[in-house]
Ligand binder design. Structure first.
Ligand SMILES: C[S@@+](CC[C@H](N)C(=O)[O-])C[C@H]1O[C@@H](n2cnc3c(N)ncnc32)[C@H](O)[C@@H]1O
Length: 195
């Protein structure tokens, strides 16, 4: 596989290095559940958010096919599916995740009007850095090819550039010779807890 040609694989390749088998992870944008499944195969527990019931129904199917236990309650299941906005991460996730992932934009094959949006994305990313474990990673895949995605990209990069360098380390991947619609990835690792 050509790693730098495939944004999704590149994002996951880096995240894999931060996974702790006994750790917990968050998928801020469950969609059809591919990232949730990937995380569930590697971590103790995944909390997976989506505002669309339809998306979670597809994810349920994928998890079932792969024999991964899930629940809409916070019980012993490998995955907790949460039909709520990722802004509310702190209301559901009590422990510090080693990996938090966001794949922004709209549901593939779904309603393109229902997309992640600037205000809730920014709130969710800020909370994510607060709850992220030391040594953990936040990974955001950004799609600047649509109007809301471009707004998200600008705000996210401005915010990431302003983060305290003694606490966070930010890396950004842009496919330089592709169209300006190509997805981009931001990884942020937390070097120490904020006192
Ligand atoms: C690009 S898709 C995610 C794809 C997914 N990672 C996969 O593997 O299929 C983005 C998802 O974010 C969801 N979404 C949009 N706004 C949200 C919010 N505020 N909180 C949680 N999910 C949201 C959409 O419903 C959509 O399913």
């Amino acid at each position: 596989m050509n790693l730098i040609q495939n944004t999704t694989e590149l994002a996951l390749y880096v995240c894999e290095k931060y996974i702790r088998k006994d750790g917990i992870a968050v998928d801020g944008t469950c969609g059809r559940g591919k990232d949730t499944l990937w995380l569930a195969e590697r971590c103790r527990k995944v909390y997976s958010f989506d505002i669309q019931r339809k998306a979670l129904a597809s994810a349920e199917e994928l998890l079932r096919e792969n024999n991964i236990g899930f629940s809409y309650e916070n019980d012993d299941s490998a995955v907790m599916l949460i039909n709520d906005s990722h802004e509310k991460i702190e209301e559901y996730v009590e422990l510090s995740p080693c990996v938090i992932m966001f794949n922004l934009g709209f549901l593939p094959g779904g309603n393109k009007e229902i997309t992640t949006s600037l205000q809730s994305t920014m709130a969710a990313l800020k909370t994510s850095l607060k709850i992220l474990d030391t040594g953990g990673i936040l990974c955001v895949t950004i799609y600047p090819g649509h109007k809301e995605g471009l707004k998200e990209k600008k705000a996210i990069l401005k915010w990431a550039e302003s983060l305290d360098k003694s606490v966070f380390h930010c890396v950004y991947a842009d496919m330089l010779n592709q169209t300006d619609k190509a997805p981009q990835i931001l990884w942020i690792t937390k070097k120490k807890q904020i006192i």
